[in-house]
Design a protein around this ligand. Structure first.
Ligand code: PLP
Length: 382
C-alpha cells in the first residue's frame, strides 16, 4: 500500500523485538516492567506489548481507564496530582502513587478506607525526589531546583506514612544504567532509612531507562536491581519505560509541498509540523533521523534544505538536512523513531491535517487504523 501523507507508521515487528529484549531482562532480574502510556498509548499495539510486559503506567484517570479497558489489571498510576473527583483511580489502579506528603494526607482517609485497599488489591506509594540530576535537558529533569515532582527528604521527616507500602522515583531521560547507579546512591543517601522500613514492599524506578538501545549496559542494571532487592528486602521492583518498548518502531511520513529560496537557505515546506506532530524536536531539542527513498540524509552536503513545518509558528522548524539528490515537490521524506511522545502529544494547531495512524502487522501488511478529518478539528472546539 502507498501510504498517505502525513502518516505515522507503527511497525509491530519492531515492538515485538524490543519487548523480547525486555522479557529477557525481566527473567534475569526478577523485576517487572510496564508500558508508560504517556509515551505511547495505541490500543492496536497493546496485544504485542501485553504479551511481554506486566501492565501499564498511567499518569492519571484517563490513561488508567485506557489501561484497564484495553490492557489489563496491573495499572501503576503516578500523577503530579489527583482531583477530588478522580476517585475511580482507586478502582482502576493496582498501585497508586502520591506526589507529595500533603497530597497523600489529603487522600489518606479515603484511601485507607477503600474496600480494594482493605482487600489488598490496591497499594499506595509515595514519589520521592532523589535530588540527583543526571540528564542534560532541564525540561525533562524532575530533580531540577524547585521541582514540583516528588517529595523531598525534609518533607518526610517524622511523617506518618501508615498505609504507604511503596516508593517511586523517576529522574532519568533516555539514559544508561550508570545514571541509574548514580541515582540509586543519591536515593539511598536521602531516603535509605525509609526504604529499609519493613512496610516498604516495592520500589518503582520510573522510566527514562534506554533499555532497548544497543549500548545499554544490561549487566549493570541486573546488578543494581539485585542490590536494591537485597538491600531493602523488597517484594517487587518495577520499571516503567515509555520509550524503550517502542524504540524505533514508528516513523512519520511526510511530503514536500513547497520549495523556495530565503536568503542563503533553500527552504522546503512539508505537510508535517515540528510543533504539532513531533513536539520533542522543539522541546528537547533534537534532530530526528530522516530518509529520502530509503537513503539516510546528511547534516551537510550539496543538496541542503531547511525543512519547515506547515504551521504559522515562526519556529516550526525541523532543521537543516542534506540529501543525495535535489528535492522536488511531492518527494516523500520519512522521519525515524516517531512512535514515542508523538501521537500522545500532537495538536490540531492551525487546523492542519493530522497524520493518519497506520499499523504494519508482523506479516508486513499495512492498515490505516485512524484517519483524521475536519470533524476531528471542529469537535474538539464545540
Ligand atoms: C513518572 C514517569 N514514569 C515513566 C516515564 C517514561 O519515561 P521514558 O519514556 O523516558 O522511559 C515518564 C516520562 O516522563 C514519567 O514522568
Amino acid at each position: 500500500m502507498r501510504l498517505p501523507t502525513p502518516a505515522y507508521l507503527i511497525d509491530l515487528a519492531v515492538i515485538r523485538t524490543n519487548c523480547e529484549a525486555l522479557s529477557g531482562l525481566k527473567a534475569r532480574t526478577g523485576c517487572r516492567i510496564v508500558q508508560a502510556l504517556k509515551a505511547f498509548a495505541l490500543p492496536a499495539a497493546f496485544p504485542v506489548l501485553r504479551a511481554h510486559l506486566d501492565g501499564c503506567c498511567a499518569s492519571g484517570l484517563w490513561e488508567a481507564r485506557l489501561a484497564r479497558e484495553y490492557f489489563g489489571e496491573t495499572v501503576l498510576t503516578c500523577g503530579p496530582v489527583y482531583r477530588d473527583t478522580d476517585t475511580d483511580l482507586f478502582d482502576l489502579s493496582s498501585h497508586l502513587i502520591f506526589n507529595s506528603l500533603s497530597h497523600w494526607q489529603h487522600w489518606r482517609h479515603y484511601a485507607l478506607n477503600h474496600p480494594r485497599y482493605q482487600e489488598g488489591i490496591i497499594s499506595y506509594g509515595i514519589r520521592l525526589n532523589p535530588q540527583c540530576s543526571t540528564g542534560s535537558t532541564p525540561i525533562y529533569d524532575p530533580c531540577r531546583p524547585g521541582s514540583r515532582l516528588g517529595a523531598l527528604p525534609d518533607s518526610l521527616k517524622n511523617a506518618d506514612l501508615e498505609g504507604i507500602s511503596g516508593c517511586h522515583f523517576h529522574s532519568l531521560c533516555d539514559q544508561n544504567s550508570d545514571a541509574l547507579a548514580t541515582t540509586l546512591e543519591a536515593l539511598d543517601r536521602h531516603f535509605g532509612a525509609l526504604l529499609r522500613l519493613p512496610q516498604i514492599r516495592w520500589l518503582n524506578m520510573g522510566g527514562g531507562h534506554a533499555l532497548t538501545r544497543p549500548d545499554y549496559d544490561q549487566k549493570l542494571l541486573v546488578d543494581l536491581i539485585k542490590q536494591s532487592q537485597d538491600c531493602y528486602h523488597l517484594d517487587e521492583i518495577w520499571l516503567e519505560p515509555g520509550e524503550a518498548p517502542v524504540l524505533k518502531s514508528g516513523s512519520l511520513h511526510a511530503s514536500v509541498l513547497d520549495i523556495f529560496q530565503s536568503g542563503e537557505q533553500t527552504v522546503a515546506i512539508l505537510d508535517v509540523s515540528a510543533t504539532a506532530h513531533m513536539p520533542d524536536v522543539l522541546e528537547m531539542p533534537y534532530r530526528p533521523e530522516l530518509t529520502l527513498e530509503g537513503i539516510p540524509s546528511l547534516e551537510r552536503g550539496p543538496h541542503s534544505y531547511h525543512l519547515g513545518g506547515c504551521t504559522c509558528l515562526a519556529g516550526d522548524s525541523i532543521g537543516s538536512y542534506s540529501f543525495h539528490r535535489p528535492l522536488k515537490i511531492g518527494d516523500r521524506l520519512v522521519f525515524e523513531d516517531m512512535a514515542q511522545y508523538t501521537m500522545v502529544k500532537t495538536t490540531l494547531f492551525n487546523g492542519i491535517q493530522h497524520p493518519s495512524i497506520v499499523l504494519r502487522d508482523e506479516s508486513g501488511k499495512d492498515q490505516i487504523i485512524r484517519a483524521f478529518d475536519y470533524q476531528d478539528f471542529k469537535q474538539r472546539l464545540m
